[in-house]
Design a protein around this ligand. Structure first.
Ligand SMILES: Cc1cc2nc3c(=O)[nH]c(=O)nc-3n(C[C@H](O)[C@H](O)[C@H](O)COP(=O)(O)OP(=O)(O)OC[C@H]3O[C@@H](n4cnc5c(N)ncnc54)[C@H](O)[C@@H]3O)c2cc1C
Length: 381
């Protein structure tokens, strides 16, 4: 029996009406010149855009209505996210909260936490970051050293986080800390806290990326007080909770659409009668894209069924990242019509994608780590 399950998913009819609505919304936004397309979900953002999306009910779509959600299916959410990403909409501000912080609070948070944070997330007003990596802990996340010591009414947190995307534009970060000794099981003693990024003792310093942009940060935490009611789930259970976030984090269309504007531009430049070599390369990438979409949709179907398909999600991310890195490389080599120098939309998208591409296989877990998970799933380690 295969270790992987990718059941084919047919989108229900309500998804097609929704798709038309999203396309109409995007056409209006583009018609009004509100943004320039860029499908790299991480770096393309706008708080105003998130609020407009929230007003449509397209953030927290699957969440209960009593928290501001829409009680819609994961497949409907999938249609909205893939349309937004394919169009290159600036989805970054609310992305983390919608994709994983909100679902984490729904699963492990208290009623008071859900009431406090979820409605604001669905309105596109509260943004979250991910506080996992540290200067000496990335892939080996269980080795983190940021410590939360118990004090009257909560915890005092000291340590450092790094690569924290857009902490300077977010309100909170779900932060992994050590509350107890690891002992024989190094995954014990880890805890998740909701960290207020404006709290006294939090110092957020910029890290400039390869493209010369300020997107992530180093965060120094110096005896930051975190009230007890900001503890997520059970103290010491942070590892199980963090790993449960990963199926949400790794399987979505953002893991293969980062360079989609390049593919669209290349198809437009290739015209209706491309050179056979280019036609073949485009055909191969279109087949890859379609296959990845089927796999990713299948994971959305499993999430809908309440499963935790971490293995399948790792496979989607690994294949997806390989594909999204290949597209700009192929476009650069093919460059139909030669470089025009006037930097049209295609050349701009290509330049941007080329600079961002190296990070795609790192963020959300490196390829080696994903392949380790896949190998374990296959019973090879
Ligand atoms: C654009 C971007 C945004 C990010 N945003 C965030 C964020 O918002 N929040 C956050 O917490 N983190 C974030 N990260 C950090 C990201 O999760 C880490 O970079 C990643 O997990 C790798 O950790 P590391 O950089 O410490 O590399 P290391 O873990 O030091 O790895 C270095 C190299 O060694 C390899 N390696 C490590 N261990 C093994 C092993 N056991 N077997 C085989 N090979 C191995 C890795 O694959 C990699 O090639 C972001 C990273 C990027 C690039």
């Amino acid at each position: 029996m295969s270790a992987f399950r990718f059941d084919p998913i047919d989108l229900p009819p309500e998804c097609e009406a929704l798709r038309r609505d999203v396309r109409g919304f995007i056409a209006d936004e583009l018609g009004a010149g509100l943004w320039r397309p860029n499908s790299d979900f991480g770096s393309h953002r706008g708080a105003e855009f998130s609020r407009r999306l929230g007003a449509r009910g397209w953030i927290g779509m699957t969440w209960p209505k009593r928290y501001g959600g829409g009680e819609r299916s994961f497949l409907e959410r999938y249609v909205v996210t893939e349309e937004l990403l394919a169009a290159g909409a600036p989805v970054g501000s609310h992305w983390i909260a919608d994709r994983q912080s909100g679902p984490l609070l729904l699963r492990f948070g208290t009623e008071a936490q859900r009431d406090e944070f979820l409605p604001g997330i669905t309105r596109g007003e509260i943004f979250f970051s991910i506080g996992m990596s540290e200067p000496d802990s990335g892939s080996d996340l269980a080795s983190i050293r940021t410590r939360a010591a118990p004090v009257d009414g909560g915890y005092e947190v000291s340590g450092a986080k790094i690569w924290t995307s857009y902490a300077h534009e977010s309100h909170y970060a779900i932060t992994l800390v050590r509350t107890g000794e690891a002992g024989a099981d190094r995954h014990r003693g880890l805890t998740q806290l909701i960290l207020d990024l404006k709290a006294p003792g939090v110092a957020i310093r910029p890290v400039v990326n390869l493209a010369g942009e300020y997107d992530f940060n180093e965060i120094a935490l110096d005896r930051v007080f975190v009230p007890k009611d900001r503890l997520v789930g059970a103290e010491g259970d942070g590892w199980t909770q963090v790993t449960s976030e990963l199926a949400f984090e790794r399987s979505g269309p953002e893991r293969f659409l980062s360079s989609h504007q390049v593919l669209r531009g290349l198809v437009a430049r290739a015209g209706t009668d491309p050179e056979p070599q280019l036609a073949e390369a485009l055909g191969r990438q279109a087949a890859n894209l379609w296959t990845l979409r089927r796999m990713s949709l299948s994971v959305a179907g499993m999430l809908q069924a309440g499963e935790t398909p971490n293995l399948e999600a790792a496979l989607v991310k690994d294949f997806g990242n390989a594909y999204e890195r290949e597209v700009p490389e192929m476009a650069r080599l093919a460059m139909p019509g030669g470089r025009r120098g006037d930097r049209d939309d295609f050349e701009l998208a290509l330049a941007e994608a080329t600079l961002h591409a190296p990070s795609w296989t790192l963020r959300g877990g490196t390829r080696e780590i994903l392949r380790g998970i896949i190998a374990r799933g296959l019973g090879l380690r």
